[in-house]
Design a binder for this molecule. Sequence first.
Ligand code: CP3
Length: 356
Amino acid sequence: SAPASGHDVARRTLPDAPFLAAATGRTPSRRPVWFMRQAGRSLPEYRKLREGTSMLASCFDPEMVCEITMQPVRRHGVDAAILFSDIVVPLKAAGIDLEIVAGTGPVVAEPVRSVADVRALPALSPEQVRPVADAIGLLLPALGDTPLIGFAGAPFTLASYLVEGGPSRNHERTKALMHSDPETWHALLGSLADTTVTFLTAQLDAGVDAVQLFDSWAGALSLAEYREFVLPHSTRVFDAVAAAGVPRIHFGVGTGELLGAMGEAGADVVGVDWRIPLDVAATRVGPGKGLQGNLDPAVLFAGPDAVRRQVERIVGEADRALAAGATGHVFNLGHGVLPATDPDVVTSVVELVHSL
Ligand code: CP3
């Protein structure tokens, strides 16, 4: 299995960064805010820079990764940057034949469905994601005091893309493998956990200030399925990066029933989508962890009065969550910025959260 590392690296500390304070149970100087998918198609400067370069090619170009990561920081004044990359980047780097198709998502040429397919999965070496580490090397000085969040896809969400061959509404092939052949399933998730640890460790060794593990599609599972088939592997990922000492965030969509278990996996901060109020999420997660979220990205289309009402509601619920034992609140959306979002509305949310 992949080596645990990330602890023998000279790491910057940014003691005054509001995002890191909120994520580590200290009192931030203001409520921090960043947005999942803050880099990307909502920004005209992104669309212009990406012209003529495929999504995956741009992820392996350190200068482009640096510039695209910086764009929302400059424009919106967010309290954290998230590395511009994708959850399938480590799979591509390891040699798996896949592409990201615009408007669809990751598409895998040869889906992984048999024990032989699982055995044939290539391991990731840190050298194969060197361009990502190089991009982080460019970003840290460019960001100054703004923290950089690294990320990876969690084993289950990666498995779903590999087994289905692309995005899936029902995850039926994935669940069929899980239930019909648990041994092959656990071998697959074990292999993907190794890849995820190697990818996160490369980012931590390059100096990221926090990491987020995206288990975007875990909400398709029951709590019992999550505990048996997913939790051990996500726990191994979090354990392997614990020694780096940076905040670890865990996020998925539609995970109201899983929030406690996702916290147990080893997260310091649990991401919450818009379906569960943050004060309710706090009771499900239990005390001692931070919360991140949870404005519905669709509300950004509803006009300034509705945006203000919803942001104020969330801040109120977050304050009740803090009173109930949550150790911090990082304002975010409940999922990524939608491509048609007006960037000025995104900026206005940053200003509003900071003013409340
Ligand atoms: O700003 C950020 O949040 C950082 C960038 C980021 C991207 N992908 C860039 C991207 C992050 C954190 C991701 C993670 C990711 N990728 C997840 C987990 C987060 C989530 O949304 O739940 C998932 C499930 C993927 C897989 C994936 N990649 C999808 C579903 C898509 C969208 C397909 C589409 O065109 O609608 C992608 C492509 C992708 N990743 C884009 C971006 C900016 C769009 C590609 C483009 O601009 O052409």
